[in-house]
Design a protein around this ligand. Structure first.
Ligand SMILES: [Zn+2]
Length: 83
């Protein structure tokens, strides 16, 4: 859990680290294998997790600028989808 807000699971978005490639991506269905972390469906929460490093720690991953931009884009896309 990269965020301490303690929201209901449906208000969260899962970010997963692929087991072999280490690539980070949003997992809209919450079913992808790999180490995952949950963030609120909230751009501010995502930005905070990225800025403070809690997301990287939760995933055991280093989040570089490329991954950061991709996650921002993917989370924004996930937030637009109805659940
Ligand atoms: Zn949050």
């Amino acid at each position: 859990m990269a965020c301490r807000a303690g929201r209901a699971k449906r208000d969260l978005v899962r970010v997963v680290r692929a087991p072999r490639t280490g690539e980070l991506s949003v997992d809209p269905r919450g079913k992808a294998s790999g180490r995952g972390a949950y963030l609120c469906r909230d751009a501010a929460c995502v930005d905070r997790g990225l800025r403070e490093g809690s997301l990287g720690r939760a995933l055991g991953a280093t989040i570089d600028d490329t991954a950061r931009e991709r996650l921002r884009t993917e989370v924004a896309g996930a937030m637009r989808q109805a659940t």
